[in-house]
Ligand binder design. Structure first.
Ligand SMILES: [Zn+2]
Length: 443
């Protein structure tokens, strides 16, 4: 029923740790498609079409065997600029043809889905401007099959929406044909790899302190695949997470409500340890069991699933979990149980009705989505017969909410006194699936 997409880790992790965009995920070799295409186009006009590039850039049309991503060091890195000193690289040829000095091209306004398409399955650069003369404007890398929202049609360049900001991609690598196995998430994720690590260029990534771990993307093989990715975040489970602090808000302002960390604090535990159930079971064990059950149900229902944590420990703090969800999923659901002892029922953490908080980005642009998703989840749980606490929500200023740019909810599925047998978790997962279906208008 499901497929775990092939995974790789070491090179990606090394890249993260070195803070190097080029080594993360598919970025290192992937951008060769864009470069090669540009080079080929330019070389057509040149009598001398020898392979005169310096080291690193591959300009020969047939040179693009996808090697081990870790071995094509240097491509797409800022030191690609060094190649200009050694000979006619793809980038310098491009400069000579005048593209980079051209003004912003004309775009026909559209709003539709397009897909990245490369011959070798590699990735293409998304840039903040229509200029290939430097790597400074690279926003991220989009792998072949990635779905993008096109906002502007142009001949050489296509304008897309990247997390609410315009970005540009070479039109040569865009198709409206839905790939046979379309990649669910937009935004530079290497969907040909099961592992999704924190890309340091992603918005708010710099606020994360623990980010050497990886989430894992599962692609549904159900006949009714929905092309919607749900991030399932098993709460807690990061060794050392409680002794590291991260900013509560990206703008450094203090928390507006209490919670695990009191109101007024500007930083909080990167990942807290979680509570212990009345029977001695750690919350993190139960959230993991819950996540696994929910994952299977989602995949069977046709959703793709981004699992933040699949074992007792993942080295991803709450900021990293959130930023990965922002870039690799369509919504983020963090699973928790509360620390009270009254078996009070399930509820979601709603966005506090505090003006300063709701006026702070990214909360300002997304709080209504968060609350709408929360309401749907609670409705789904209620429909499955799950006991609901009070009105089904509690206002809480959470790190997750403060950094989320996709619909994002911390759902509390009960508390220390609640039953957490497999049968109960199964019922909870049915309720969550119903809520997810409701939110996305699915059945
Ligand atoms: Zn918790």
């Amino acid at each position: 029923m499901r497929l775990q997409i092939k995974r790789y880790g070491a090179a990606a992790l090394a890249g993260i740790m070195a803070g190097s965009l080029a080594l993360t995920g598919c970025g290192s070799y992937a951008s060769s498609s864009e470069l090669r295409q540009q080079a080929e186009a330019s070389l057509l006009d040149q009598a001398d079409s020898g392979s005169g590039s310096g080291q690193g850039l591959q300009v020969e049309p047939d040179s693009g065997t996808p090697d081990n991503p870790g071995t094509r060091d240097g491509q797409g890195t800022p030191d690609g600029q060094d190649d200009r000193t050694g000979g006619p690289s793809a980038e310098t040829i491009r400069v000579e043809t005048g593209l980079t000095t051209a003004p912003m091209p004309e775009f026909e306004s559209v709003k539709d889905d397009v897909y990245v398409k490369t011959e070798d399955g590699g990735s293409v650069r998304l840039r903040s401007s229509c200029d290939t003369g430097s790597d400074a404007n690279i926003v991220t890398y989009a792998s072949s099959g990635t779905r993008l929202t096109r906002t502007g049609k142009g001949s050489e360049w296509t304008r897309i929406d990247y997390n609410g900001t315009p970005a540009y991609i070479s039109s040569a690598f865009i198709t409206t044909d839905v790939p046979e196995t379309p990649a669910a998430p937009a935004g530079g994720v290497c969907v040909d790899s099961g592992e999704v690590t924190l890309n340091p260029s992603w918005k708010y990534a710099e606020f994360s302190k623990i980010n050497t771990g990886a989430a894992v993307l599962y692609r549904s093989e159900a006949g009714t695949r929905k092309n919607i990715t749900i991030c399932v975040n098993a709460g807690h489970g990061t060794k050392g997470g409680s002794s590291v602090k991260t900013l509560c808000h990206p703008d450094g302002t203090p928390k507006v409500t209490g919670g695990t960390t009191g109101a007024g604090a500007t930083s909080a535990a990167a990942v807290s340890g979680g509570m212990t159930f009345a029977d001695g079971t750690a919350e993190s064990k139960v959230t993991l069991a819950m996540a696994r059950i929910l994952k299977d149900k989602l995949l069977a229902a046709g959703y793709d699933v981004l699992m933040i944590r699949e074992n007792d420990d993942v080295q991803l703090d709450n900021v990293a979990r959130t930023v990965i969800a922002n870039n690799a999923s369509d919504c983020h659901i963090a699973l928790h149980w509360d620390s009270t002892t009254s078996n009070k029922g399930a509820f979601y953490m709603s966005v506090p009705n505090v003006e300063s908080y709701r006026n702070m980005e990214p909360v300002k642009s997304h709080w209504q989505q968060h609350n709408a998703l929360g309401e749907s989840l609670v409705a789904g749980l209620k429909g499955a017969g799950v006991k609901i606490f009070s009105g089904g929500s509690m206002a809480m200023d959470l790190t997750q909410t403060s950094y989320s740019t996709v619909p994002s909810v911390d759902i509390e599925l009960g508390d220390k006194a609640s039953d957490h047998s497999q049968a109960t978790l199964n019922t909870l997962a049915d309720g969550l699936l119903a809520g997810i279906n409701q939110y996305f208008g699915q059945s």
